[in-house]
Design a protein around this ligand. Structure first.
Ligand SMILES: [Zn+2]
Ligand SMILES: [Zn+2]
Length: 147
C-alpha cells in the first residue's frame, strides 16, 4: 500500500524547497520558550515525517537543531537520522489539511488561546517511551487560573 500524497513547501524567498511524501507520522503544536523565540510567534505548528519521506533542495543554515534559510531567515525543516520536522506554515497550500493531534508545553500557551478539543495535552514534551504514562489532559482553567 502506498499513499501518493505529496506536499511541497519552501522558505519565504524560495531559496529552499522541500517535498514530503505520504502522510506525516504526527502533527503537533508547541508552546515552549524555544519555539516561541525561534519563530517569533507564540507557538509553532509542525508535522513530522519519516526521514526517507522528505526531500529538500537549497542551502540551509542552522542554529542548534533548528534550520533556516540563510537569505530570508525562514525556519525550514529540522532533520535527524530518523525524522524530518516541517513547520506547517512552510507548506505551499494554505490552509493545510493537517490538524494537530497534540499540544506541548501547555503551561506556556497564551491565555487567549484555547486547548484544541481533539488534541492531547502535554504539560512538557511528549513522553517518548510507551511505558511512560502520558499526563492527564489539563482542563483549560489550568492555563488561566494562576495566582
Ligand atoms: Zn529563503
Ligand atoms: Zn517547542
Amino acid at each position: 500500500m502506498s499513499d501518493t500524497t505529496r506536499r511541497t513547501g519552501s522558505c519565504l524567498c524560495g531559496g529552499v524547497h522541500f517535498v514530503v511524501n505520504g502522510q506525516p507520522s504526527r502533527v503537533g503544536l508547541c508552546h515552549c520558550k524555544d519555539c516561541r523565540k525561534a519563530g517569533g510567534s507564540v507557538y509553532s505548528a509542525f508535522a513530522i515525517w519519516p526521514r526517507d519521506a522528505f526531500e529538500t533542495s537549497g542551502e540551509v543554515a542552522s542554529y542548534g537543531t533548528r534550520s533556516f534559510c540563510p537569505t530570508c531567515g525562514s525556519r525550514v525543516a529540522w532533520v535527524d537520522d530518523n525524522e524530518a520536522e516541517v513547520m506547517l506554515g512552510s507548506l505551499d497550500v494554505a490552509p493545510t489539511d493537517l490538524a494537530p493531534q497534540y499540544e506541548l508545553w501547555t503551561g506556556r500557551r497564551e491565555t487567549w488561546l484555547h486547548a484544541l478539543p481533539d488534541a492531547e495535552q502535554f504539560e512538557h514534551d511528549r513522553p517518548q517511551a510507551q511505558d511512560v504514562d502520558p499526563p492527564a489532559p489539563r482542563p483549560l482553567s489550568d492555563a488561566v487560573a494562576r495566582d
